[in-house]
Design a protein around this ligand. Structure first.
Ligand SMILES: Nc1ncnc2c1ncn2[C@@H]1O[C@H](COP(=O)(O)OP(=O)(O)OP(=O)(O)O)[C@@H](O)[C@H]1O
Length: 418
C-alpha cells in the first residue's frame, strides 16, 4: 500500500543513453501542498527524469517513489498521479468529451467525471468539439483534464505552459496553486524560470542531468547580491580606503575595474571622494533571477556565451561565476557542481565520452576529490525550511476549489495558438 503522503522522492537517479548521460545522480523531494518547478535548459534531462518517475523509462541507477512506492507498484496509478508529458495523442475526430470518457472507463471512474474535468479546465463549452480542431492551448487544457480524471493526489506536468498565451498561463497558475492548496502535490517542468516564477513555491534546477540548485525561490532571490562596479584613477588606494572603512569584498574585474559587493554606490563614491581618488565610472549591477538561472545552467552548452562581463573563469572551462556574492544561496541546497571544491578541474564539455579527460578536465563521470554527490536519503541542510506540508492544515485553511474558468475571448478562441 502506498503511504498516501503525496510526496515525490527522487534518489540518486541516473540515466545513460549510450554515451549520453541524460540524468546524473539526481536527488530531490517534492512535498505535498506546494508547487515545485523542475527547471533546466533544453536537453538538461527534465523529460527523462519525469519519464523515469512515471515508469516509462528504466533508470540506469537510483530510483524514485510517489507516495512511498515506485510508480509500477501504485496499483491504479491514474488515481494517485495525473501526468501530462506532451499535449498530443488525441484522436483528431473524437470529441473532447468522448476522449475523456474512453480514459475514464480505462481508469474505472464514472462517465460523469468527463464533464467535471472539462469544467475544471474551462472547456465545458468545447466538449462536443473534435480534439483535432483544438488550438495548442486547448490541447494543453484537455491533456490536463485527462490527468485530472482519477482525482489524483499528485500532478506531474512537463512544460505545461508551452504554447499558452499570457491569459492561459495566468489561468494555469491559478489552477495549479489552488490544486496544491488542497494539500496535493504539483511538479511542473519548464526551461524558462520566468514562465513559472510566480507559480512555484520551490525549484529544482538541473543542468546536464545534475542538480545545481534545490530550494525556495526566496533563497535564490536573497543570493542575488548586487555589486558596485567602479573605475578608479588609483584602484589600489581605493581598495585600501574601502578596507579601512570595513569593506573587504573587493575584487578586480578582467577589464580593470573593481567589483565591490555588499555596499551601495553612495558609500563607494563618498569613500573615494574623501580620499581624493578620482572615479571615472561607477555603476550598480543588480542581478535578476533570470540571469542567475542562466549562470547556474550556463555550463550546459560548450561554446555558449555568458552574459556580458561574465567570461569563463581563468584557465578556461565554464565553472560557476567566481567572486563573493556568487556562492550557493544560504538555506537552499546548491549542488557541488555550482560551487565545486577548490582544485576541481571542471566538468568536460558536453559530448565528451565517458572516461575521457581533455587537458584540464576530470574524466566525465569521475567525481572530483571532496565531491559528495547527493546520496539516497540526502536531506537539505538544516536551515532549509520547506513549505508547510501538513495537508490537513491546508484543507482547513483553504476550501478546495476549482480555478475559475477563463473568460472566453470574443470569437470563440482560447488561449494558445493553433
Ligand atoms: N531515448 C533517447 N535516446 C538517446 N538520447 C536521449 C533519449 N532521450 C533523451 N535523450 C538525451 O538525453 C538528454 C536529456 O534529454 P531530455 O529530453 O530529458 O531533456 P529536457 O531537459 O527534457 O529537454 P527539453 O526541454 O528540450 O525537452 C539529451 O541530450 C537528449 O538528447
Amino acid at each position: 500500500m502506498h503511504d498516501g503522503s503525496g510526496r515525490i522522492v527522487v534518489q540518486g537517479l541516473s540515466k545513460q543513453f549510450g554515451p549520453i548521460i541524460a540524468v546524473n545522480n539526481l536527488s530531490f523531494t517534492v512535498e505535498p501542498g506546494s508547487v515545485t518547478g523542475f527547471l533546466g535548459p533544453n536537453g538538461a534531462g527534465k523529460t527523462t527524469t519525469l519519464r523515469m518517475l512515471l515508469g516509462l523509462v528504466r533508470p540506469t541507477a537510483g530510483g524514485s517513489t510517489i507516495n512511498g512506492l515506485p510508480f509500477e507498484q501504485l496499483g491504479n496509478p491514474g488515481r494517485v498521479v495525473g501526468a501530462v508529458l506532451e499535449a498530443q495523442g488525441f484522436h483528431p475526430t473524437r470529441t473532447a468529451r468522448n476522449h475523456l470518457r474512453v480514459y475514464a472507463t480505462a481508469m474505472g471512474v464514472p462517465d460523469e467525471r468527463a464533464d467535471q474535468v472539462l469544467a475544471l479546465v474551462g472547456l465545458s463549452e468545447a466538449g462536443h468539439r473534435a480534439a483535432g480542431s483544438f488550438s495548442l492551448g486547448m490541447k494543453q487544457r484537455l491533456a490536463l483534464a485527462t490527468a485530472l480524471l482519477g482525482d489524483p493526489q499528485v500532478l506531474v506536468l512537463d512544460e505545461p505552459a508551452n504554447g499558452l498565451d499570457p491569459e492561459g498561463i495566468a489561468w494555469l497558475r491559478a489552477f495549479l496553486q489552488s490544486f496544491a492548496r488542497t494539500g496535493r502535490t504539483v511538479l511542473i517542468s519548464s526551461h524558462l524560470l520566468a514562465e513559472v516564477e510566480q507559480t512555484v513555491d520551490q525549484v529544482v534546477i538541473i543542468s546536464r542531468g545534475q542538480t545545481v540548485y534545490y530550494g525556495g525561490l526566496d533563497y535564490l532571490r536573497q543570493s542575488q547580491q548586487s555589486r558596485v562596479l567602479v573605475q578608479a584613477a588609483d584602484p589600489q588606494a581605493l581598495v585600501t580606503k574601502l578596507q579601512e572603512a570595513g569593506v573587504n569584498a573587493v575584487e578586480p574585474t578582467p577589464d580593470g575595474r573593481l567589483a565591490i559587493t555588499g555596499v551601495d554606490r553612495k558609500t563607494v563614491a563618498d569613500t573615494a571622494m574623501a580620499a581624493g581618488i578620482a572615479l571615472y565610472d561607477i555603476q550598480q549591477e543588480n542581478v535578476d533571477l533570470e540571469q542567475l538561472f542562466f549562470r547556474l545552467t550556463q555550463g550546459q552548452y560548450a561554446g555558449q556565451q555568458p552574459p556580458p562581463g561574465y567570461g569563463p573563469p581563468p584557465g578556461g572551462g565554464w565553472g560557476p561565476p567566481p567572486g563573493p556574492g556568487y556562492g550557493p544561496p544560504s538555506g537552499g541546497y546548491a549542488a557541488p557542481t555550482y560551487a565545486p571544491p577548490q582544485g576541481y578541474p571542471g566538468t568536460p564539455p558536453q559530448g565528451t565520452p565517458p572516461g575521457y579527460a581533455p587537458p584540464g578536465y576530470a574524466p566525465q563521470g569521475t567525481p572530483p576529490q571532496g565531491y559528495a554527490a547527493p546520496q539516497p536519503g540526502y536531506a537539505p541542510p538544516q536551515d532549509y525550511v520547506p513549505p508547510p506540508v501538513d495537508p490537513q492544515q491546508y484543507q482547513q485553511q483553504y476550501q478546495p476549489q476549482a480555478a475559475p474558468p477563463p473568460e472566453q475571448p470574443p470569437g470563440g478562441g482560447w488561449g494558445g495558438n493553433a
